[in-house]
Design a protein around this ligand. Structure first.
Ligand code: UDP
Ligand code: GLC
Length: 381
């Protein structure tokens, strides 16, 4: 079996990290996950018996959208980390970088130790998400990799459009453990635990609190929905977006929504909570690279509305497996929620089809197989 040194800059469990958890699992006897920060992601890996080490005690700026240039400017500071990774990598067949700063460190270490580099691209390298300089650095380094795995066709296309090499990039969707969705808890019980009356229509939003995830759009849409519509916001500001959190609370007060909104913070029981929702909303205001929460909602059998851009368009078929609305469009979002309320049978039937389709397309066993084949090719060449 291929021996892999995985690298991820984050100590916190964002979508890219949760995806890595599933990818590393089959290699648990033949891998090490090297993190650049302490945090709860380490505990999640340990719980799954995946070997993990925090490789640096130096604080590296790990905000997702922060500048790679700054990172490179402080390259001197990174030298001990790069040396550590280069030395470690000699015991492995390849280096697998899962985030952008892991790419910087992994690319240089791979050059030193002559181990092939694989980069899992979880981002759409567009100017909405990245500065032109950051994008150029990321593409240049990624072009030196043996393989780039893009998390969607949209991420793959943006990579190529930004100058990425066509011949090294493949798209592979995130996989999900279907067993987790076989026995879902009773929605009424969960609603009770949350102190939500049975007759409320619960709209769930599961995402880190960050302006581009568009929680503010759902708040605005609530004012255009019947009183019984209640919103659950599940997730925390993972990468330092405290101003946005305050802005959301101010917006709730301003719109008089105190009795219709709950913020639950970060939860590790997303599946149960999603199963208890009457609808899940995805409201990213710019293209979502993939959108794990959309697939998770489908697997729970909960109707889902997503914004029509990026990877989300590859997950939802409008009118067949869910709703697609224009990013940032409050009216369209409110219309989709009202539709779901007013046409319960049609919504339930769409959710059933979505579950079937998602079960077929995103089975983690099949996806890990696909990744194993790609990695085998890298090691053999
Ligand atoms: N998530 C979680 N707890 C929370 C909020 C989110 O475990 O309180 C998970 C969610 O189930 C999903 C991931 O975090 O698997 C977010 O991934 P997604 O691809 O939707 O967005 P990202 O944050 O990676 O951009
Ligand atoms: C990133 C993206 C998200 C994607 C996740 C897993 O965090 O923002 O869209 O689902 O990675 O690939």
């Amino acid at each position: 079996m291929t021996k892999i040194l995985f690298l991820d800059q984050s100590g916190k469990p964002g979508g890219a990290e949760l995806c890595l958890l599933d990818i590393a699992k089959p290699y648990q006897d033949n891998c090490l996950v090297g993190l650049f920060a302490e945090g709860t992601f380490r505990q999640l890996l340990e719980k799954q018996q995946i070997p993990v080490e925090v490789l640096t005690t130096k604080a590296i700026e790990v905000r997702k959208e922060s500048s790679l240039v700054k990172g490179l400017g402080s390259l001197g500071q990174l030298i001990p980390l790069i040396n550590r990774v280069a030395a470690l990598s000699r015991n492995y067949d390849l280096i697998y970088a899962n985030t952008q700063k892991a790419l910087v460190v992994g690319a240089i270490a791979s050059f030193i130790s002559r181990r092939p580099l694989v980069y899992h691209l979880h981002d759409i390298l567009s100017l909405d998400h990245f500065s032109a300089t950051n994008r150029r650095i990321a593409v240049t380094l990624a072009n030196g990799a043996a393989l780039v795995i893009a998390n969607s066709q949209a991420s793959q296309a943006a990579f190529i459009a930004a100058g990425g090499r066509k011949d090294i990039v493949e798209f592979v969707y995130n996989g999900f453990d279907l067993a987790l969705y076989e026995h879902l808890p009773n929605p009424t019980a969960i609603k009770q635990q949350l102190g939500i009356q049975e007759d409320k229509f619960v709209v769930g939003h599961f995402s880190r609190l960050s302006p581009w995830k568009g929680q503010h759009i759902l708040l605005e849409a609530l004012t255009r929905c019947p009183e019984k519509v209640t919103a659950l916001f599940v997730g925390d500001a993972l990468f330092g977006e405290q101003d946005y959190v305050q802005q959301l609370h101010a917006q709730v007060a301003e719109l008089n929504l105190e009795n219709r909104v709950k913020f639950l913070g970060f939860r590790d029981d997303v599946t149960s909570l999603m199963a208890a929702c009457d609808m899940v909303t995805h409201t990213s205001t710019v293209a979502e690279p993939f959108g794990r929460v959309i697939v998770e909602a489908m697997l729970c059998g909960t109707p889902v509305v997503a914004t029509s851009a990026g990877g989300a368009r590859e997950l939802v078929e409008a009118g067949i497996t869910g709703w697609l609305v224009a990013p940032g469009d409050v009216m369209e979002l409110a219309a989709a929620i009202n539709d779901c309320i007013n046409q319960p049978e049609q919504s339930a039937s769409m959710a059933r089809d979505a579950k079937l389709q998602a079960t077929r397309r995103f089975n983690v066993a099949a996806i890990n197989q696909q990744i194993a084949q790609l990695l085998n090719k890298v090691v053999k060449t």
